[in-house]
Design a protein around this ligand. Structure first.
Ligand SMILES: Nc1ncnc2c1ncn2[C@@H]1O[C@H](COP(=O)(O)OP(=O)(O)OP(=O)(O)O)[C@@H](O)[C@H]1O
Length: 722
């Protein structure tokens, strides 16, 4: 059996030319079986720079470019690209393969001319400073950058020129140069692409890729795996080659791979901005944990039910049927409902938030002798949050316990007397809810947490490992539950969060719930989703905020970066609501007419409220444009442009998005804002800022933001004046 390896370029070529996929499958199986290769018509191109290079027939018009390396009894075929016939020969003649002498990373080098910079250095001024100051070419070469790239890179003063140059570099070298331009030190970059274990004494750097052992070592290095994957010709790959063949399944960044593969002594936390691949890491991690320990049961959970549904399909594809059997993918509220239902049978129905606020108002009215100060502070909204964030977070809620509860994350102070009076309203709320035969999600979660902490937890809900996505939105009761479904030990909880995307939960510290991640956390900074133009806009939205992660540490946006480029975000202030809607219709129409090759479902319109969402969907349909409302109740349907609330957009991704209604009445929502108590407005404003950030980080390529009248005070200030 030969070992087959393929490059990201090969994967990209196949993704573009989907019709080649079945033929590529034939090629892979034939190469790996290594018997009759005659049908492949393997040829050595004339004038090839590398004697190991070959081309092979894929169809009458297309040929694969590959390297045949190793020895007869340990043969390697490395597939580099698929190209139309003549191009394939041309390409094959100039590629060479090697292990980088500085760090052993496997590379395919192309003999191409480097692009000329558009901006020249001229005299050195603040704006004209080279991006890679203070490095000299020799320093870049010392970490493995090609000499010609190093010499050119140190000259560049413009980011676009650096990006153009990076298109001509092996993947890891491109990332390394951009990391340096972002301010990472030479040592940090060296460590990132040649981690400790790969450099330690006694672990020699592979240099001779004709020796199969050294070739294997080189290909197994974390930075090589950004660009090359050793193929196991199995059912999973066959399914991928005929269906979803996305890069995230195969090629992880070394930081991502490290997070996925490394064993941990206890709980671990991953922080990272929007689009940095936290969900990708969470999925791979869940599968890796289940594979590593064949006796284990793994839970992959997330705040949003819709995201959990999407994850199920992806994880199934990654894991294969046997491993998937031991992974539960579930929304965290769904998990709680299952535990309660398994233990006590189906419980009362869930009441929605507006109805809960109504019941809180009735409970308040039923306690008539509250002093005026309490009446001002104890609004239905305040009470609802106090109940969810503090009272249901307690292991056994009681007035005595509540009187000494620290109420972390809650801004407004309450005296003992106020707490005692508030407790009377809570008693009333509980009585009224029981009378209506209803409950709240958080009540169910708290009940499940109590079951899980006792002896009655059903076996089906005891896990060896728990992986959590979107952890920033979980309530204290969620944390109690998740702590209780997994025993303390190595790799117990793996937590992905982004404090900038906290749109439901309140600030809390997980160590309070028995989850310790001090000294065990890592940040992801490379945005794989959005262009740097969109990322720059979204990051500026966060400028006025103050964000704290689940370990009570400041969350920073420094070093967030994207390697993708695209148009600047468009902002449009309309004079009237009708004009704004017309502008959105015209924008969507132009996207659909552009024939980008994208399905209508790749475009989205995101609105602050359900009302605006529904009105805009009607408006698009009236203009004969395909539009589909995205809501938790509706099945997924990508046949039309997706029209959704900003909340629903959490965890999603589109090619282009309009974020509409970004005016001072809706962001923050005037109705909610005015009814909130003064100290709570600070939290509300923070959540609104996060919501806008979530919405503006959904598009991959293009963002359009619109409003009527006064723009939201949360929009970045130079754009507000346009
Ligand atoms: N290593 C990778 N190679 C290619 N694409 C990747 C990689 N990692 C992530 N992506 C892609 O980047 C996009 C964002 O990834 P993901 O959804 O995991 O990020 P996230 O941090 O969870 O985002 P958010 O918090 O905004 O929901 C997805 O399209 C994903 O497929």
């Amino acid at each position: 059996m030969a070992t087959v390896v393929f490059a990201k370029e090969f994967q990209k070529n196949l993704s573009v030319e989907g019709s080649l996929k079945p033929r590529a499958w034939d090629l892979l199986t034939k190469l790996s079986a290594d018997h009759d290769l005659t049908g492949l018509d393997l040829k050595i191109p004339k004038g090839a720079r590398d004697p190991r290079v070959r081309t092979a027939r894929v169809t009458d018009n297309h040929r694969a470019v590959l390297f045949a390396a190793g020895s007869t009894d340990d043969q390697y075929y490395l597939l580099v690209a698929i190209r139309p016939h003549d191009e394939a020969y041309e390409y094959a003649a100039q590629v060479t393969m090697r292990a980088n002498p500085a760090n052993g990373v496997f590379e395919v080098l192309h003999d191409t001319e480097l692009p000329r910079p558009r901006w020249s250095r001229g005299g050195e001024t603040e704006e004209n400073r080279p991006l890679l100051v203070p490095y000299r070419p020799s320093e870049l070469e010392s970490i493995g950058i090609l000499p010609e790239l190093a010499a050119r890179a140190v000259e560049l003063v413009d980011e676009n020129d650096l990006e153009d140059l990076c298109l001509h570099a092996p993947t890891w070298q491109a990332h390394a140069l951009l990391d340096l331009a972002c301010g990472l030190s030479l040592e940090q970059v060296k460590r990132r692409y040649a981690p400790q274990g790969e450099r330690s004494v006694g672990h020699a750097i592979p240099t001779d890729v004709d020796d199969p052992a050294q070739l294997r070592d080189s290909l197994g290095r974390a930075a090589s795996l950004m660009e090359f994957v050793v193929v196991e010709v199995d059912e999973q790959l066959r399914r991928m080659l005929t269906g979803d063949f996305a890069a995230w399944r195969l090629f992880l960044h070394p930081d991502q791979r490290h997070l996925v593969e490394r064993a941990r002594k206890g709980s671990f936390r991953v922080a990272g901005g929007a689009g940095t691949g936290k969900t990708v890491v969470a999925m791979h991690r869940a599968v890796a944990l289940a594979r590593r320990n064949p006796q284990s049961r793994v839970l992959l959970t997330t705040y949003t039910r819709n995201l959990a549904q999407q994850l199920t399909e992806h994880v199934k594809g990654l894991a294969g049927p046997d491993v998937f059997e031991r992974i539960d993918v579930s929304g965290v509220d769904q998990l709680a409902r299952n535990i309660v239902a398994r233990t006590h049978g189906a419980g009362p129905r869930i009441m929605n938030e507006p109805d809960q606020l109504r019941v809180w108002a009735s409970a308040l009215a039923a306690v008539p002798d509250l002093p005026p100060g309490d009446r001002e502070r104890l609004t239905p909204y305040f009470l609802m949050n106090e109940y969810e964030q503090v009272i249901l977070g307690m292991a056994a809620p009681s007035l005595d316990g509540y009187l000494v509860e620290p109420r972390r994350g809650r801004r407004a102070k309450l005296s003992r007397l106020q707490k005692t009076r508030l407790w009377r309203v809570v008693d009333e709320f509980v009585r009224l809810m029981a009378r209506e035969g209803k409950t709240t999600y958080t009540d169910v979660v708290a009940q499940a947490a109590t079951i899980a902490a006792g002896a009655d937890l059903p076996l089906a809900n005891r896990y060896h490992h728990v992986v959590i996505d979107e952890a920033q939105d979980l309530t204290p009761a969620h944390w109690r539950l998740l702590r209780a479904v997994v025993a303390k030990g190595p790799d117990d909880l793996f937590i992905c969060e982004d404090a900038h995307q906290r749109i439901y939960g309140e600030r809390l510290v997980i160590s309070r719930y028995g989850i310790e991640t001090r000294g065990r956390s890592q940040r992801l900074t490379l945005n794989y989703r959005t262009t740097k133009q969109v990322l720059g806009f979204a990051t500026r939205l966060l400028a006025g905020g103050n964000f704290v992660d689940l370990a009570d540490e400041d969350e920073s946006t420094s070093h967030y970066r994207s390697l993708l480029g695209g148009p600047e975000p468009v902002t449009h202030g309309a004079a009237s609501w009708q004009e704004e809607k017309d502008f959105v219709v015209a924008t969507v129409r132009s996207w659909l007419e552009e024939q980008t090759g994208q399905e209508p479902g790749a475009f989205a319109v995101l609105a602050r409220s359900h009302e605006i969402r529904d009105e805009m969907a009607r408006e698009l349909l009236a203009a004969d444009l395909p539009a589909v409302v995205m809501s938790p109740e509706q099945p997924v349907d990508f046949s039309g442009v997706q029209v959704a609330t900003m909340h629903r957009a959490k965890g999603t991704e589109f090619a282009r998005c309009v974020v509409m209604g970004a005016d001072s009445d809706h962001i923050p929502h005037k109705y909610v804002f005015q009814r909130a108590e003064a100290e709570e407005r600070v939290d509300l404003l923070a959540r609104e800022r996060c919501l806008l950030y979530v919405a503006c980080t959904r598009p991959r390529d293009q963002l359009v933001v619109t409003w009527t009248g006064d723009p939201s005070s949360l929009l970045p200030s130079p754009l507000r004046t346009r």
